[in-house]
Design a protein around this ligand. Structure first.
Ligand code: SF4
Ligand code: SF4
Length: 142
């Protein structure tokens, strides 16, 4: 009867493989929960809080955004273009997207974009210096 054992083992393995196929085949017909990013993008609510951007035409360099930021991740620095005299730089590593800086900015110069893909090889890549912070929507990691 020893010759039966390998046959039974084989049959069990075939049954397990068929069972796996049945389980997997269910998902062929289900609607995919994922999208083929970046060729397709999801709908963002108008008020979605993505990466922050600063409009240097509106900013007056008051520093209120830096003052109200609970995570202390906004730093006022002299602006190389001269107007406004100071501009915020933002360390996105520590931003929690609370929106307080946006809420308190008097002229509405700082705002959330719909940019969600912030990537980099170094921590410094997530630091929006004065050149990046004014054109977040144009950056390559959009
Ligand atoms: S969204 Fe919140 S945590 Fe981020 S920079 Fe503004 S105030 Fe700071
Ligand atoms: S972004 Fe707004 S709150 Fe921040 S320095 Fe400019 S004007 Fe002031």
């Amino acid at each position: 009867m020893k010759f039966i054992e390998p046959i039974v083992r084989e049959l069990k393995e075939i049954a397990a493989a068929i069972n796996s196929l049945i389980v997997a085949s269910k998902y062929v017909f289900l609607k995919r929960p994922t999208i083929e990013y970046p060729t397709k993008t999801i709908y963002f609510h108008e008020r979605y809080r993505g990466a922050l951007e600063v409009d240097d035409n509106l900013c007056i360099g008051c520093g209120i955004c830096a003052h109200v930021c609970p995570n202390r991740c906004i730093f006022m620095v002299p602006y190389e273009k001269g107007k406004p005299p100071m501009i915020p730089e933002i360390d996105l590593q520590h931003c929690m997207y609370c929106g307080l800086c946006v809420q308190y900015c008097p002229p509405g110069a700082i705002y959330h974009t719909h940019v969600i893909t912030i990537v980099g090889f170094k921590r410094e890549d997530l630091y929006l210096d004065q050149r990046k912070v004014t054109k977040v929507q144009e950056l390559e990691y959009k």
